[in-house]
Design a protein around this ligand. Structure first.
Ligand SMILES: [Cu+2]
Length: 163
């Protein structure tokens, strides 16, 4: 009955988005997904699941363009105003991470939908660039210069069925 349904209401995020990760080099067997659930302005829940990445830590960036016509290269520069961090890949090549971020928004001036997620060869040393959070272009370029090649990427789109 209608009234009972009301009591069973499950909260839903305002927006859900995600990307399917693919290897920059087609000979590498990298697969993965990243999902974003926006619950409120400045509150995005992010989950990454990937297999086939090299063991160790890798920087995860948002890059400016949702364009993979030339692989991860055409995603352009590291997009400012978004900080994700590192993913750590275990000995079996699997990585799973689940976190809440105040540094990501799906839409608006610094929205990430329509842009790309990039996984880099090396970890981010984010603490070397403490002013990343205030949108300093020099810091973002400095960060990009230290994280090595782009090994996997995916275009962030609006999705309904994200985990
Ligand atoms: Cu990058």
């Amino acid at each position: 009955m209608g009234l009972i349904k009301l009591y069973q209401f499950q909260p839903e995020p305002s927006w859900k988005a995600g990307a399917t990760l693919v290897a920059d080099n087609p000979e590498q067997q990298i697969m993965g997904t990243i999902s974003f659930k926006q619950w409120a302005p400045g509150h995005v829940e992010t989950a990454i699941n990937a297999t086939g990445l090299p063991v160790g830590k890798h920087a995860v960036h948002v890059h400016a363009f949702g364009d993979m016509r030339e692989g991860c290269k055409s995603t352009g520069p590291h997009f400012r105003s978004s900080i994700i961090g590192n993913i750590e890949v275990k000995d079996d090549g699997n990585a799973m991470i689940d976190f809440h971020s105040p540094y990501i928004n799906l839409f608006g001036f610094a929205g990430i939908v329509g842009r790309a997620i990039v996984i880099h060869e090396k970890p981010s040393e984010i603490y070397r660039f403490p002013d990343l959070s205030i949108n300093n272009p020099v810091s973002f370029q400095g960060e990009e210069d230290t994280v090595g090649a782009r090994i996997a990427c995916g275009i962030i789109t609006i999705l309904d069925n994200v985990s």
